[in-house]
Ligand binder design. Sequence first.
Ligand SMILES: [Zn+2]
Length: 260
Amino acid sequence: MSKTYTTTGIVLKRRDYQENDRLFCLYTKDYGKIDILAKGTKKIASKLNSYMEPFYLVKLMIAKGKVFDKLANCDIIKTYDNLRNDQTLLGFGLINYLAEGTDGLISGQTMKADKFNLLAEVLDVLEREIIYDLEDKKDRLSFIANIYFVKLLVLLGCQPEIQRCVMCHKGILLPQNVFDFVKGGLVCEKCKKICLIEDYIMVSDTVIKLLQLAKEKPLDFFVTLSVHSNELKEFNQVSEKLIMVNLEKPLKTFEFLEQI
Ligand SMILES: [Zn+2]
């Protein structure tokens, strides 16, 4: 077997390791989520130091190691500077929201190219849109990020059940349904009356349609889709709760995004 291999990846996070080294968690096209040890990257003189910022898209050469595989070489493909340098910090908030949620939802090396491509796609869309003065900019761009997360949940086989009642399995009749976060889907009017649901939220007809569209349409479709401000907020609230339930913990970046 070859001692080195190459792949393309997105840096999700980094942490110091021993005195001068760093461990990078990357989301790669060919090998899923992996940890790579970069020797000496804390030293200012290190060439690789500036190549491995969080959320850089990079081409990597990796050497197999006993405990950790090691970074042998790295070329930057994209740095997403519009998001990174956005004065309002919304871009920074979105990058971190995507990184924390993606890292939490993906466990081990289960990734395949479709999920990697989806992350690269949402970064491209947000990088393009962040420079415009959009109406409801924060809600609109958070909406795009949340559409990404619904798509990711679908690819991971954790999609919300929105076509059949999670209790009686009969087809759902809109409107006025409640979303049961423990069971991961909609509960019909009839079951709602007879069951005690602990963790639920009322969801509008529009949000259910948006969840359905998220499964079917590409991310770009949602950039120009006309959605009322209140419905953007409602969709974001439902999606954030969906991510939280699947992660089994709250995301730190929710709060940061709220405060921007
Ligand atoms: Zn039912």
